[in-house]
Design a protein around this ligand. Structure first.
Ligand SMILES: CC(C)(COP(=O)(O)OP(=O)(O)OC[C@H]1O[C@@H](n2cnc3c(N)ncnc32)[C@H](O)[C@@H]1OP(=O)(O)O)[C@@H](O)C(=O)NCCC(=O)NCCS
Ligand SMILES: [Zn+2]
Length: 201
């Protein structure tokens, strides 16, 4: 692995780590986990085999990323976000659940965090949801269903409360149009969704 920094107290059992990625103290990355280039994984993160993390992801301290969780490039995972991969969990050690847990497809529900999305501190992401591109999940939100691209969601259960720019700042729409006050990126509302207006894209 080229130009990868692994803190001396971290346990890293995968060789699928992209160039420039840094893994900090007391993190544990299991065999079969995959991390892209230029990621930053904070102290006390646990990344299970079957978890997939793209390039340029920032993961703050204390995250547990299970099998079935896919985090696309440039996403931000705040401290202590809760991911889940089973909606109806049972101990796999009791006879009553043995049949269900014999096959992964019976219980494992994949979760997708799309490109550029941000997950606020302590957010809880229920198994099976897709968190849309460049959306923003507020601190402590409970995400029970898909989050549209560029949406700001808060609360339990999380609801759309506004829209944010790719740079992270809130957008204010007038007659279906918005221009970011900071970076100048332009957007248009299409029904209940918004999209970037940029002929070069
Ligand atoms: C959701 C968020 C982006 C909203 O910011 P904002 O638009 O500036 O919101 P305001 O502070 O103006 O608050 C507006 C209202 O939303 C409420 N609110 C703000 N954040 C909230 C949250 N995470 N959950 C629930 N309600 C929230 C406020 O209490 C306020 O309610 P009121 O109108 O009844 O008084 C921000 O509060 C947040 O949670 N950011 C994530 C921070 C984080 O986790 N960072 C991680 C890096 S360390
Ligand atoms: Zn912007």
């Amino acid at each position: 692995m080229k130009n990868v920094f692994i803190h001396s107290t971290a346990l890293v059992e995968t060789d699928q780590i992209g160039e420039g990625t840094r893994i900090w103290a007391f993190a544990h990355v299991l065999s079969g986990a995959s991390l892209g280039k230029n990621c930053n994984v904070g102290d006390h993160c646990f990344i299970e085999g079957g978890a997939w993390i793209g390039d340029q992801v920032t993961m703050k301290n204390g995250n547990m990323v299970w099998e079935g969780i896919r985090i696309e490039e440039g996403a931000f995972v705040g401290p202590h976000v809760f991911f889940t991969n089973d909606l109806y969990p049972r101990s796999q050690r009791i006879p009553q659940s043995r049949k269900r847990y014999a096959k992964k497809e019976n219980w494992l529900l994949p979760t997708l965090i799309k490109k550029g999305a941000s997950l606020g501190a302590g957010a809880m992401i229920l198994a099976g949801v897709t968190v849309g591109e460049f959306s923003m999940v507020g601190a402590s939100a409970l995400v029970t269903k898909d989050v549209p691209p560029y949406a700001l969601v808060v609360g339990a259960p999380a609801r759309v409360r506004g829209w944010v720019c790719e740079c992270g700042l809130p957008l204010r729409f007038k007659q279906g149009k918005a221009t970011c006050a900071d970076c100048g990126l332009r957007y248009r509302a299409r029904g209940s969704r918004i999209a970037v207006v940029d002929p070069s894209r």
